[in-house]
Ligand binder design. Structure first.
Ligand code: IVH
Length: 683
């Protein structure tokens, strides 16, 4: 069963096709010839290198971490069976390369390695065997830590002062993100305590706490912006963007767990378990939850105990890191090209559960795209009841050959929405026919076309009631024009009565018409009409967003509004930026909205530093106190006479006073005149 589950999920990761050699292992076909394993290895390496590129450089992912791990595990298995010389592709893939080209690169004093990964108890046993054999003794002590799921960062301290922050890069050189790192909550600019080395590279993980992740996504959703898929994407994307303020706003954190180069090395503790206290004494956040174990049995139990904390820890984790406790033993074991031999990452399997597929329904979107939704026998997974799972498009059904009555494997890894990871074919009802391709829209019964190249099918009828409802819901949502009281139930009524076919019709609704719904509704009818009337005064970007043009989210709408200023100018010239705007129905809609007076609010003056407090200390090279204050206030910022936790920036010049000391104590960003000028000039 275990093997079947693996093949099943592996098939899912490979797009439903089980590679010949994997099927052969399950006894499904004759043993695969030599060349096929070699080919699979090459294919897997190439595929993994591609996913690594997307993951490391673009802070995104095409497949879930669980699927990625399965591909990597499969590659490791194949390589174990055959002695395949390590290729450069493989090395690059294992270490990864997160350089984006957007920041200057700089070498690490000591290489930043990766960790070897294991996925099951036998692999852990093999790790323990390798360690004990190399050390020549059996009772090795280990420390087990949660594996934070973020991105690695190396901080260089010279005589206790933070001078540089580098991403891992390719392990030898990383990108310098110091300005952004300085805005990470609780990251010390200066090492505290007595034992301060001359030079030290502190290694750790930048991550976003789970609560912050939900808050950021909720705020983005309310603003009509796309959600971050995982906390890791949020952390990686934020640390590597140009705006240092966003780092502070998005609540990034840093946890220290290791040291690269260190001179003199005598300041370092001699056991791994003593590290957290040492890091805390220097002023870092360190790993608070660790387990210790002596020998294999305790190790297995400790890793399981660490696994049980998943779901209760406040930060994202994807496994446990096992480390040999004694640093002398670590030195003796050394490292391979890519990873230390004294540590290993144990990746937790994603939670899975089987359930039955009752039906596949199609939802009609705003633009007519039909999205299949699987209706399931309700099951519990990762603490939530699941009765439904989105299938992205029709080809997901055909690729997996999903059939009604099938037993499907549901999977939830991390924060991602549960997805169907595979089909248990052995439990398929004998009579289950292949799922037919829909021929008509489930809402208006219009014939649907043959499908787009990406496998999506559309209802071609713009007057389809489902499409109209979705367009109205979008237009009236908080992320767009925001019409209070116009929810899905009211929208359904307006469309069913035939009163509203396009969003502009909202502004033509008559009180008399609405009152036919029942006179006891008079009050809510008046409230709704007032809200609709009031919505005319909304900002231009909200109307542009509300139009539902393809590829125009809130951020793009804001940019377009800034560029064109008015709806009229956007209607006339906007097609050069948004080609769909040239289509007749959009042209008519925008003209209609303009005629009705929608989007008439003047564009707001954005105060870039609204809510930001500055403190000044010392004499600046060219600007007087009054000039600096005027410049900051012109941007909406405030200048305060004292330094506190609420100060955002301290501007320091020559002969600074105690304010600077206080700023360092409070870990506040300190800038000079040049930096202030740069910030003033930034758009
Ligand atoms: S120790 C020589 N401990 O996982 C590498 N790494 O996959 C020593 N990570 O690059 C790393 N939590 O960014 C270590 N408790 C932990 C960790 C951890 C997360 C990351 C780290 C590393 C990656 C390897």
């Amino acid at each position: 069963m275990k093997l079947f589950r693996f093949l099943l999920s592996f098939a899912a990761a490979c797009g439903g096709v089980i590679p010949a050699s994997a099927a052969a292992a399950a006894g499904a076909t004759a043993p695969a010839p030599e060349t096929s394993a070699a080919r699979e290895i090459t294919d897997l390496r190439r595929e993994l290198a591609r996913h690594d590129r997307i993951y490391h450089r673009e802070s995104a992912a095409e497949i879930s971490d669980a699927e990625y791990d399965r591909l990597r595990q499969r590659l490791a298995e194949l390589e174990r069976d055959r002695t395949v010389a390590a290729s450069s592709v493989e090395t690059a893939a294992v270490i990864g390369d997160d350089r984006t080209g957007r920041f200057p690169t700089r070498g690490h004093r000591e290489r930043m390695l990766s960790l070897d990964k294991v996925y099951a108890e036998p692999d852990l046993r093999a790790f323990h065997r390798r360690v004990t054999t190399a050390l020549g003794r059996g009772d090795v002590a280990y420390v087990i830590e949660p594996k934070y799921d973020g991105l690695a960062l190396s901080l260089t301290y010279e005589r206790g002062e933070l001078v540089r922050a580098l991403t891992r890069g390719n392990g030898r050189e990383g990108e310098e993100v110091t300005a952004n790192a300085l805005r990470i909550v609780g990251l010390p600019r200066k090492l505290a305590g007595g034992l301060v080395p001359d030079v030290m590279e502190v290694r750790g993980e930048v991550y976003v706490p789970l609560a912050t992740f939900s808050e950021v996504n909720a705020a983005r959703e309310a603003a009509g912006e796309a959600r971050f898929a995982t906390p890791r994407n949020l952390a990686a994307g934020t640390l590597r963007q140009a705006d240092a303020d966003a780092v502070a706003q998005r609540g990034l954190r840093f946890v220290a767990f290791g040291v690269g180069a260190c001179e003199p090395a005598a300041v370092l503790p001699e056991t791994q378990r003593a590290w957290p206290a040492r890091f805390q004494a220097w002023g870092f956040s360190a790993i608070a939850e660790t387990w210790t174990a002596r020998g294999l049995d305790e190790l297995v139990r400790a890793v399981a105990a660490c696994g049980r904390t998943r779901g209760v820890l406040p930060f994202p984790t994807d496994g446990a890191v096992v480390k040999v406790d004694a640093l002398a033993a670590q030195r003796e074991l050394g490292a391979s090209e890519t990873a230390p031999r004294w540590a290993v990452a144990y990746k937790f399997a994603p939670e899975q559960v089987e359930t039955r597929l009752l039906a596949i329904r199609f939802q009609v979107g705003r633009t007519g795209v039909l999205t299949p939704v699987a209706e399931l026998v309700p099951v519990s997974l990762g603490g939530t009841k699941i009765a439904r799972a989105t299938l992205h498009n029709l080809s997901e059904i055909t690729r997996r050959d999903l059939r009604i009555g099938d037993t499907v494997v549901l999977e939830k890894a991390g924060d991602v929405i549960p997805a169907i990871a595979g089909v248990n074919r052995s439990l398929r009802p004998a009579e289950a026919p292949p799922f037919p391709r829909p021929i008509a829209c489930p809402s208006c019964y219009a014939r649907v076309g043959p499908g787009d190249s990406d496998g999506s099918i559309r209802c071609p009828n713009r007057e389809c009631p489902a499409q109209i409802r979705r367009r109205l819901e979008h237009f009236a949502s908080r992320a767009a024009v925001e019409i209070a009281g116009l929810g899905p139930v009211m929208i359904e009524t307006l469309v069913a009565e035939g009163w509203v076919k396009e969003v502009a019709d909202l502004y033509r609704l008559s009180r008399a018409e609405l009152l036919t719904l029942g006179h006891d509704h008079a009050k809510s009818v008046d409230r709704l009409l007032a809200a609709i009337r009031q919505s005319k005064q909304t900002e231009v970007w909200r109307v542009i967003h509300g139009l539902g043009l393809p590829q125009v989210g809130a951020a793009k709408a804001k940019e377009l509004a800034r560029q064109y200023g008015t709806l009229v100018a956007f209607a006339e010239h906007g097609a050069s930026r948004v080609p769909a705007l040239a289509e007749a129905h959009y042209q008519m809609l925008v003209a209609d909205l303009i005629a009705l007076g929608v989007g008439s609010a003047p564009p707001p003056v954005e105060a870039k530093w609204a809510g930001k407090t500055f403190a000044l200390t010392g004499t600046l090279p060219t600007l007087s106190r009054a000039q600096v204050t005027a410049k900051i206030e012109a941007m909406g910022g405030k200048v305060s006479g004292s330094v506190s936790r609420n100060t955002h920036y301290v501007v320091a010049g020559d002969d600074p006073g105690t304010k600077l000391e206080r700023a360092h104590k409070l870990d506040l960003p300190v800038i000079d005149e040049a930096e202030l000028r740069r910030m003033l000039d930034e758009p």
